[in-house]
Design a protein around this ligand. Structure first.
Ligand code: IMP
Length: 426
């Protein structure tokens, strides 16, 4: 192993939870460094399913410390609910195993209200957010008026920050969105009531990482969402509000960029997207429905049906450039079984020309036409395969062609949701 960053190569939901769970067995700690409970990471062990939104996907391994870094936006209610659900199943979620950076920003009720009100109001473009208050919380962080987890130990500061924030928010909520204003004393009181349960989890994440590293243990950095939902490099404005790329693993957890030795890209064998925004290889026909049903492509966070399409190697190559991927994990390969043909998008046609890169002008990705290569499908089940050589020839060819097109080795192949349904290539 090595200090490893795991990044979704597409628009999220690539199956990172299973891979983090698998790799974290060999690690001292798993760190979440961006996003919040807009994420939904699913892990299946012996038919038991665990869906995590905030707590790192290493929590099922009892010797792995789970850290929530400064780059995460934390909804305190969701955090405690998630702790309770895991504790009910006998999983140790005490502060010995789980800790949160004092510098992580808190999602409060007004962030969620503003998020939902904006989407409902249809002023401007509808992004199709998860409605979890992610964007408004990051806005406050950048505007330097946010509340941080460490403020929970300072009631006077907390009270003053909430009073100040609501002066502005209540005007917005009342005047523009025609909603009732929020009482600052109620928000403060509710938060202070939670503080005794939350404060034992607060920590100096950088110091904990340093300790674990000094003990000779490797650390895993768990990305949420996907590369093309990145606020700078994604399909703006149809993106999330944080940097989802590997560079932010350093900023969002407080380690230098030189800390990482492996940067793993997780990509489905096809593509999905939730919410609005361009999606060149989207399938609006029976093949799209087939992928959705066979792949159970419904959101773990919101239950929304995911849009489905062919694998797009233009977007995978863009990910390699920005993230420096060392290897790729390909997930859900089994879902492609029984499709008569398999298509891979190798380039786009844009403005009458062939192009190998994503055009950068806003909205341009909606105007490209995918250029496909085709190969025959496969009928044999692959969910029981344990080595690359056991896969049908067409599937091996598919994998090798993707490696050629993207220029990075596919090191792990997932052929089912269970831990054991994973092929690790030498
Ligand atoms: P937000 O992150 O809730 O602000 O939503 C912004 C966009 O990112 C929407 O299109 C969401 O559907 C999408 N999104 C956010 N988190 C995830 C995720 O974990 N998986 C897939 N899409 C996501």
């Amino acid at each position: 192993m090595a200090n490893t960053v795991i990044i979704g190569a597409q628009w999220g939901d690539e199956g990172k939870g299973k891979i983090v769970d698998m790799l974290s067995a060999q690690c001292g700690a798993v760190v979440r460094f961006q996003g919040g409970n807009n994420a939904g990471h699913t892990i299946r062990v012996h038919d038991e399913q665990t869906i995590l939104h905030l707590i790192p996907s290493g929590i099922l391994h009892k010797d792995t410390l789970c850290l929530i870094g400064n780059g995460v936006v934390l909804d305190p209610y969701v955090f405690l609910e998630e702790i309770d659900r895991l504790a009910e199943r006998g999983i140790d979620v005490s502060p010995v195993r789980l800790a949160v950076s004092k510098k992580a920003h808190l999602i409060l009720s007004y962030h969620k209200q503003i998020d939902k009100a904006r989407e409902a109001k249809l002023v401007g473009q509808k992004i199709g957010t998860t409605g979890r208050g992610i964007g408004p919380c990051y806005e406050d962080k950048i505007a330097r008026v946010g509340l941080r987890a460490g403020d929970l130990t300072n009631p006077a500061l907390l009270r003053e920050k909430i009073r100040h924030a609501l002066l502005e928010k209540n005007t917005l909520l009342h005047e523009l969105y025609k909603l009732d204003p929020i009482n600052p004393d109620t928000v403060t009181g509710d938060l202070l009531a939670l503080a005794p349960r939350l404060t034992p989890y607060l920590t100096d994440v950088e110091a904990r990482i340093e300790e674990i590293s000094a003990a000779g243990k490797d650390i895993l950095f768990e990305g949420a969402q996907g590369m093309h939902l990145d606020i700078d490099h994604g399909t703006y404005p149809f993106v999330t509000s944080s940097n989802t790329v590997s560079g932010n693993a350093a900023t969002g957890s407080g380690v230098p960029p030189s800390f990482f030795t492996r940067i793993v890209s997780v990509s489905k064998a096809y593509t999905t997207r939730v919410g609005s925004g361009p999606f060149p290889t989207e399938l609006l026909d029976d093949a799209g429905t087939y992928l959705r049903e066979k792949g159970h492509e419904y959101g773990a966070t919101t239950g929304r049906a995911r849009r489905c399409g062919w694998l797009d190697t233009v977007i995978l190559r863009a990910g390699v450039r920005v993230n420096g991927f060392t290897d790729i994990v390909m997930t859900k390969l089994d879902v492609l079984q029984n499709l008569p043909v398999l298509r891979i998008c190798v380039a786009y046609e844009y403005g009458g020309k062939r192009c190998d890169r994503i055009p950068q002008e806003e909205g341009a990705l909606a105007d490209v036409r995918p250029v496909y290569e085709e190969m025959p499908g496969f009928e044999d089940g692959i969910a029981g395969c344990t080595s690359f050589e056991q896969l049908p020839d067409t599937v091996q060819t598919y994998i090798q062609r993707v490696e050629e097109l993207v220029g990075v080795k596919i090191s792990i192949i997932s052929v089912g949701p269970e831990r054991k349904q994973t092929i690790v290539r030498q």
